[in-house]
Design a protein around this ligand. Structure first.
Ligand code: ADP
Ligand code: MG
Length: 753
């Protein structure tokens, strides 16, 4: 306790212990010390010193001194004890205070504990609730995740379906177009035939109409005649009965007359007896009168009969006129029938004519088919001959193309820098270049003068492009200094469809031919990739996020490692390969590649002419009928500018870039020359470009190099370099192109290609 009391009380300790010696000894030091030394303080050391103090005496027997010293010591001890007691009191007080405080804090603690417990319970409740909601949320999340997965699945399926549908849609729409054209022509023919048929039918129906009218007329006339005849018969019957009556009446009359005569005779005879017989006479007269009235009636009858006879005559006349009418009607009917017959005849004629025309059409169609067949055969033969020529030549072909002078070109100096010999042998194949008054002559497989159009150039390579569809590996390079027209030759001028280059034209031809070969059972699948080799680094031009190929922490994230498999197929890891089935799709991809290239250009502050551009199309075809399979590759390459920049003393990045270009171009020439010399080791691996193209540069591929030349007088040195290189390449024989096909040997279809 003493040692730990390190407050202000200890400061005077030593001085007190040593200084109190002169404090006077009192009879009641204990009580005095309490009042006098109330403020005296001790340290532990002081107390210990006090307790350990040893009295030393000069004279052992000086008891007075010893007694004084002892008293002094006792006094000091008392002081010390009192201080300690005070200290104890203080401490007890403090202890009490602290205990109170402790109790208070304990209470507070208990309260706080209670509060905390309450809080804890509350929090536990909240935690429970939160756990529950967390569980429900997790459930929901899981559900949503599964839904999301399902949605993603369905999306991918939908995407696939959509792609399939689009493909089938394009092919169907092409089919539809063809079918619609055929339908149109057929419809036109049908409509013309229908028109003719309608005309004939109209004519026929009008004739029939006329005929029915005539028939109706005849019928009514016949009815009239019948009625007349019936009437006539009835009249005749009447007449005959009347005649019978008339006869009987006449007989009666004659008998009456006879009786009258008799009566007259009797009268004559009886005149004499008149008187007597007057009554009888009167009777006879009455009789006579009656008879007379009868006769009168009879004469009236006769008159009536006469009238009837006249009416019968009239009827006869009418009958006659009606039969006349019938006769004229039947003549009319006869003429109508003859007309009908004639029209029937003409219809028959038309029909036979129609049949003839039909026959003619089918005959023509047959001939057309024949001609088409012959055309296909001719095409096959031509392909075969073309391939035979290539095989006989067995070398890399070289085409030279000189671009026209552009408005921006420096055209000073005499314009006779380049000339084109016109002898029959050299026409279109030779070019002469003047340097320092000296003429250098070159001959190639083909020389395109400045006025040659893109179409003219394409016509010359279309066969080569065709070969890719037939299963060959085809490589077309454009070589030359920057600005000599390589990109123009390969891609053309953007936004000017008539000036599009070899790549778009080749693709159009491939898709057209694919459509044409469909009818022969061929199905093709095509894949496109586009890359750029810059400073010996491959860059994917179709990658959706180009930045991923950039360096990250000093390491390229995508390696683009080039590998060749046993079948001679090349794979570049991480490279975007796109399935295509229409020119439109490829045009879209070319646009994307051009965009990527230009992006690269601005980001790296470089020109596209400092990199090699490689367009690759893989073509695999299957003939379902013959089970043939072909695998072709078409590589179209726009090389980096060939000018020797190193001479101009470039430094830094520019120097590195130039070295890379020089290295890859000289690797290309090394490969070509060592292939030509048939060396065992061909240094394909010396550059990315040659390694990438290894399967397409070997002996069994078809290779063509365009050497592009600028006509500018300032470029004459470079032009000469390019022409010399091209001439050396042209002299190379690298082998025989071979077609990559799996087929039955007996099958002659397309195997000529
Ligand atoms: P390169 O790719 O070799 O550097 P370009 O293809 O870019 O050269 O051609 C340079 C310029 O010359 C371009 O403006 C291009 O349009 C033009 N050009 C090249 N060849 C021809 C040609 N045959 N007809 C018209 N213009 C051409
Ligand atoms: Mg270019």
């Amino acid at each position: 306790m003493v040692g730990t009391a390190t407050n202000g009380r200890m400061r005077q300790a030593f001085s007190v212990v040593n200084g109190v010696q002169d404090l006077g000894l009192s009879s009641n030091p204990t009580s005095n010390a309490g009042s006098e030394c109330g403020t005296i303080e001790f340290t532990r050391e002081d107390v210990e010193a006090l307790l350990n103090e040893k009295m030393k005496y000069k004279n052992k027997y000086n008891y007075k001194e010893r007694c004084e010293n002892m008293l002094d010591y006792i006094k000091r001890l008392r002081l010390c004890i009192r201080w300690l007691q005070e200290l104890e009191g203080d401490y007890a007080f403090e202890h009490e205070k602290l205990r109170n405080a402790l109790e208070l804090t304990a209470q507070r603690c208990a309260e706080m504990e209670l509060n905390l417990q309450n809080k804890e319970e509350e929090l536990n409740l909240i935690i429970l609730e939160l756990r529950r909601s967390f569980a429900s949320l997790q459930e929901k999340l899981a559900k949503e995740e599964s839904e999301k997965l399902a949605a993603v699945d369905s999306l991918t399926r939908e995407k696939e379906a959509r792609v399939n549908i689009e493909r089938s849609h394009t092919s169907l729409s092409e089919d539809l177009g063809k079918a619609q054209e055929e339908l149109q022509t057929a419809n036109q023919r049908i409509s013309s035939i229908n028109d003719m048929y309608k005309l004939l039918q109209e004519y026929n129906s009008s004739l029939q109409h006329y005929n029915t009218k005539l028939q109706k007329d005849i019928d009514t006339a016949h009815e009239n005649i019948k009625r007349g005849e019936k009437e006539k018969v009835a009249i005749v019957e009447n007449l005959s009965t009347l005649r019978g009556q008339y006869k009987s009446l006449q007989e009666q009359l004659s008998s009456c007359r006879a009786s009258q005569d008799e009566a007259m005779k009797q009268r004559d005879a009886l005149v004499h007896e008149v008187a007597c017989l007057r009554v009888e006479l009167q009777q006879v007269r009455d009789d006579r009168d009656r008879q007379l009235s009868q006769v009168q009636a009879l004469t009236a009858d006769v008159v009536r009969y006469k009238e009837l006879a006249t009416s019968s005559e009239e009827l006869e006349a009418k009958c006659l006129s009606q039969s006349n009418q019938i006769r004229t009607l039947s003549t009319q009917l006869a003429s109508a029938e003859s007309k009908l017959q004639m029209s029937d005849l003409s219809a028959l004629e038309k029909r036979t004519e129609f049949e003839e025309q039909k026959n003619l059409i089918s005959e023509l169609r047959d001939r057309l088919e024949d001609a088409e067949f012959k055309l296909i055969e001719g095409e096959k033969l031509r392909k075969k001959l073309h391939n035979t020529i290539l095989e006989l030549k067995g070398n890399i072909r070289v085409f030279c193309r000189v671009r026209p002078l552009l408005p921006d070109d420096n055209s000073s100096g005499d314009g006779k820098l380049l000339s084109y010999p016109t002898s029959t042998e050299a026409l279109g194949r030779a070019v002469d270049i003047m340097q320092n008054g000296q003429k250098h002559s070159f001959t190639f497989d083909r020389v395109f003068m400045p006025d040659a159009s893109q179409e003219d150039v394409f016509v010359e390579i279309s066969q080569l492009v065709q070969s890719a569809l037939d299963g060959y590996k085809v490589c077309i390079f454009a070589y030359g200094q920057t600005g000599s027209g390589k990109t123009y030759t390969m891609m053309g001028k953007p936004g000017q469809p008539d000036q599009k280059g070899l790549i778009p034209r080749s693709l159009e031809q491939i898709f057209q031919t694919r459509q044409a070969l469909k009818s022969q059972g061929w199905k093709y699948e095509m894949q496109v990739s586009m890359l750029e080799i810059y400073n010996e680094t491959v860059r994917d031009l179709l990658s959706s996020n180009r930045d991923s190929s950039r360096m990250e922490n000093g390491y390229a994230t995508k390696q683009y490692a080039i590998k060749h498999d046993a079948n001679g197929n090349t794979h570049v890891s991480d490279l975007t390969v796109v399935d295509v089935c229409s020119t439109k799709e490829v045009a879209f991809l070319l646009d994307r590649a051009a965009h990527s290239r230009s992006v690269g250009k601005t980001q790296m502050n470089e020109q596209s002419s400092r990199s090699h551009f490689v367009f690759t199309m893989r073509i695999s075809g299957v003939n379902e009928g013959t089970e043939q399979q072909v695998q072709g590759v078409l590589n179209l390459i726009d090389l980096a500018g060939s000018e020797r920049l190193s001479k101009s003393g470039s430094t830094g990045d520019r120097l590195k870039e130039t070295q890379a270009i020089n290295k890859s171009l000289s690797s290309l020439s090394d490969v070509i020359f060592s292939l030509a010399k048939k060396e065992d080791h061909v240094p394909f691996r010396n550059s990315k470009l040659t390694y990438l193209l290894q399967p397409c540069l070997g002996g069994d591929s078809k290779t063509l190099m365009f050497v592009n030349i600028s006509p500018e007088p300032t470029s004459v040195g470079e032009s000469l370099c390019s022409l010399r290189f091209a001439a050396r390449v042209n002299a190379c024989e690298i082998g025989t192109p071979r077609r990559h096909i799996n087929n039955r040997p007996s099958d002659s279809r397309l195997s000529l290609g």
